[in-house]
Design a protein. Sequence first.
Lengths: 208, 208
Amino acid sequence: MERLPGGARSKLLDAAFSIIRQKGYAATTVDELCAKAGVTKGAFFHHFPTKDSLAVAALNQWTVMSNALFAAASYHRLEDPLDRILGYLDFRKRMLRGAVAEFSCLAGTIVQETYETHPDIRDACGESIGSQAESLESDIALAMKRYRVRERWTAKSLALHTQAVLQGAFIVAKAKGDAAVAEASVDHLHRYISLLFSRPRKKARREH
Amino acid sequence: MERLPGGARSKLLDAAFSIIRQKGYAATTVDELCAKAGVTKGAFFHHFPTKDSLAVAALNQWTVMSNALFAAASYHRLEDPLDRILGYLDFRKRMLRGAVAEFSCLAGTIVQETYETHPDIRDACGESIGSQAESLESDIALAMKRYRVRERWTAKSLALHTQAVLQGAFIVAKAKGDAAVAEASVDHLHRYISLLFSRPRKKARREH
DNA sequence: GACGACATACCAACTGGTTGGTACGCTCTA
DNA sequence: TAGAGCGTACCAACCAGTTGGTATGTCGTC
């Protein structure tokens, strides 16, 4: 019999990742999470005092996992900071495969329903999206120095814009029932950043 | 005593616009909508067979209202199609005032929770976002002709990208609790489209 | 190394309030 | 006078959270 300590907790977090991205936060019930995780309600409320606290824990875990995923990606080892930025976009574009629920962002999904009513959850979402942006921001700042770009926009605003494009791409993909439109948006962002740094575009195999 | 026919119906739709954009669709209860509209549950289910059908009706109304709003805007009378596109963005940027719930998009909010589970609602969202994009698409196509832009991207993909940026800007604004980041994203999109059509940027009073 | 005291991890059954939806009655207007 | 428009009263299902319990590990003590 498996009885790893905390087994139920991480199974519940995994269940939250998949169910919330499919149906949103409010429509996801505690019973449903327990069923998917294969645990009982007692286990749920042993690990989390409330449903909201599960959301916060799931978002924090999501942030850690995402950061680890991108930190481990190969583009991170490129020498030129601009290559790292564009490599990040290529990497994110490659992730847009399969069902929307499998590649969309947990934080972006949850924040829409909770930003007004659940401050702690909203902050966890802001932290998740913000930490993604921060790692981009430093590379953007480095690239601005190297390529002597001095414009009215800041590294921070471009980093947040990048996150906005990704989040928006997920929404349009959901509305259109088609992941291809999300890829096209990432292509546009790729082109924009290339233009900002006056780098000639390299040939892509298929663009939109 | 006011007794306009259909008064309850339109009051319920108005209530849906404001409450759903604050709390999302699933968290919005029928009782709450009735309270905000100042009608009873009997009136609700007289006009809408189900809660879901209210969502579809609200989205259709939203689409009509949005299209009318933008069709009536002054930028629409500009001769140059590129000016109309950039005028659209300026117009949308000017709308980013006050609370996020007041300027964010109903369709983008609802589709996140319903795209997997409520096909009819998702289609209404897709129609809403799509019809916005279509009116942009024709101007983009005209601008591409006039400015002799022949690239790998299509007018349609740029139109959808524009919608994605707006939707994403709303999400980041919600997560950061700050509408300024949404403005900055619209500025970036403005700059991108200017670059695509090789038009020198005009001085903006304040950019990010 | 046996034993008691306690903490952790989990389960099954229950509860009180909430929610979408119904049944039915009243009251204007065409 | 028929029916559209709306109000009142109600219900069954559902949902977050509680209660009371069991199994297992852990740690100090003699």
